[in-house]
Structure formats: C-alpha cells, structure tokens
Design a protein around this ligand. Structure first.
Ligand SMILES: [Mn+2]
Length: 323
C-alpha cells in the first residue's frame, strides 16, 4: 500500500521544499522534478530545485530547467523538506550528509532496488516512470497540472519506456500519456527535442563507441565502451552517451547489453540492459549498484581492464545459469 497520506501531509506542512534527482540525471529524474516544481510553484509554494549534476542539454527545452541549481553546495535557508525523485538510494543523489541534516527526506521512486532511504517513502515499483507517481501525487494534493508540467511528465514516460517499447510499456503507460497529451503535452515536438537534436560531438562520440562493439557468451552479450581519450577527440561527454547501450541491445540474439564509461579518474559507470527475462537488476545489485529488472547499473573502481574482467565474469555466470 502506498502511503499517500504521509507524503501529502509532509508536503502540505513544509515551509520550504527542495526537489532533487540522481547524479547524471535522465529524462525521468528531470521531468519529475520540473513537473512537481510547476505544480507546487503554481500553488504559491516556496519550492526550489537542486541537483549535483547539470540538466542534460536535450532536456533544457522544458520550461523551468533554467531554475535548477547544480553542484554539491546547497546553502539556501528555510528548507525543511527534501523530495528525492527517481533515485534508488541516498548515495545516488551525490550530496554529503550536511545536505540532509535537519530536513525531512521524502523518497519518490519506482526502482525495484530502492532501499527505502527516506523518512517517508513513496514507492511504486510497477509505475512506468517516477513521473507517473508524481502525476498521482499532484492529483492527491489537489494541485493543477499545467501544460508545462504535463510536458515534463510526458518526457518521463517517453524516456523510461524507451519510446513506448520496453517492459514498462503497459496500458497504464499509454493511458497516462493520453491524459498528459490532453493536458497540453505535444508528443512530436517533445520527441524532436529529446531524440532528434543530437550535437555533432555526440555523433562523433557514437562513431568511436560503436567501433568498440564486442560480442561474448556465444553472442548473448554485447559490449560497448567510451573512454576519456574519446571525449577529448570528439568534444563529447558523459551526458551524450545516454542511449548508446541501445545499439548493443539492438543486435539479434543479444540478451544482455553492457556499456562502460569513465565516472571519475579511478572508477567506471557500468550500465546493463536485458532484452529477454534475464534480471540485470539483481546483477547490478550483486556488483554494488541497482536498478530495474531490464535496466540497471553500478559504479566500479579499478582500471578499465579490471572492471571489464569482473563484469564479464558476472555476466557469463548469469547467462550460463539461465541458458
Ligand atoms: Mn526512472
């Protein structure tokens, strides 16, 4: 049972609210944040947005993104409620302890691996996106859904269903999309912004990345990576790599796709996608990360070869157990 009462009460009673999402934010994190911001702001509430990392370029067309603060420091006074959107654990937000001190933490998320890190947890594992939970929350709070908020929520559904293709693509997801369109979201312009506005740097980086494609496990796993040298060569960066992994999953016969990119100087971000029933969420958890059944990830320390070796071992073991 989802405890809407506690979440609504915390929001109604808060003096100041900050909305935040995970590091390297995606369309669901940003869209959920922007939508809830508009709904609360339109109701005259004292609400702010702050993330550790920048809003990716492809989401900056959403109205309100220029009000999103960034960086590890958040010094605004009078904030007594933090709302975390689309993050499965507190560490995914990327802030130090001081950010959380003396503030109530409301965790709104749909990741199966969510560790209930909030003082209040609004978790709907079956929701197609965190935005779908935000949509219901806006209704429970009796707030208005403006066209700007509807557009932001449409982005959450579009991106977390991989354009209405993956396992999250349910009748509920289509029904929500229809309601958002009736509330003012425009599917074609939004799809153009998100999927048809790539920079040249992104395409150059993709070219490098596709050159690394490797098949293992008798063609059941496909591997792609980028590295710092490729960023320097192309002018592209980590934020351009969202979706690269889909090229690995697109190969016939591939069950697990793996994408590896630098996270810091000594660690790597490893992303997993599954095409059939293999549980990459559990795989990511076993490697210290988390996520969904078909889409997950983790961060691992070491050299590229060390990290790739460990992950290859884990993927091979998982595929051997399911063949
Ligand atoms: Mn999500």
């Amino acid at each position: 049972m989802t405890d809407w009462g506690k979440a609504c009460e915390a929001i109604r009673e808060a003096r100041g609210i900050v909305l935040t999402t995970h590091c390297c934010p995606d369309g669901d994190g940003i869209g959920s944040q922007i939508a809830l911001y508009h709904a609360l702001r339109d109701a005259g509430r004292n609400v702010y947005m702050h993330n550790r990392d920048r809003v990716p370029r492809i989401y900056r067309f959403l109205s309100g993104t220029d009000h999103v603060g960034e960086g590890e420091d958040f010094t605004r006074k009078g904030i007594d409620l933090i709302i975390s959107l689309d993050a499965g654990s507190r560490s995914r937000l990327g802030f130090s302890d001081i950010f959380f001190e003396g503030r109530t933490l409301l965790d709104i998320d749909h990741h199966a691996s969510n560790d209930r890190f909030g003082d209040i947890n609004l978790l709907e594992i079956k929701a197609c996106s965190t935005g779908a939970i935000v949509f219901d929350l806006i209704g429970h709070l009796g707030l208005q859904l403006s066209p700007a908020a509807a557009s932001a929520l449409y982005v959450t559904v579009l991106t977390d269903t991989s354009c209405f293709r993956n396992a999250a693509t349910t009748a509920d997801a289509f029904e929500l999309a229809a309601r958002l369109i009736r509330a003012g979201a425009e599917p074609w312009p939004i799809a153009r912004e998100v999927y048809e506005s790539s920079s040249r740097e992104l395409l150059k980086l993709l070219l490098h990345c596709l050159g690394t494609i490797a098949l293992h496990d008798d063609g059941r796993s496909a591997w792609l990576h980028v590295n710092t040298a490729m960023y320097e060569d192309t002018g592209g960066g980590a934020q351009d790599t969202e979706g690269f992994i889909e090229y690995a999953r697109s190969l016939q016969g591939v069950d697990i796709a793996v994408f590896i990119r630098p996270e810091t100087q000594t660690s790597w971000k490893v992303t997993f996608r599954a095409k059939y029933d293999t549980d990459v969420g559990a795989l990511a958890v076993s490697l210290g990360g988390g996520g969904h059944h078909h889409a997950a990830g983790c961060t691992m320390r070491g050299t590229f070869d060390e990290v790739q070796g460990k992950v290859r071992h884990a993927v091979s073991a998982l595929l051997a157990s399911t063949s």
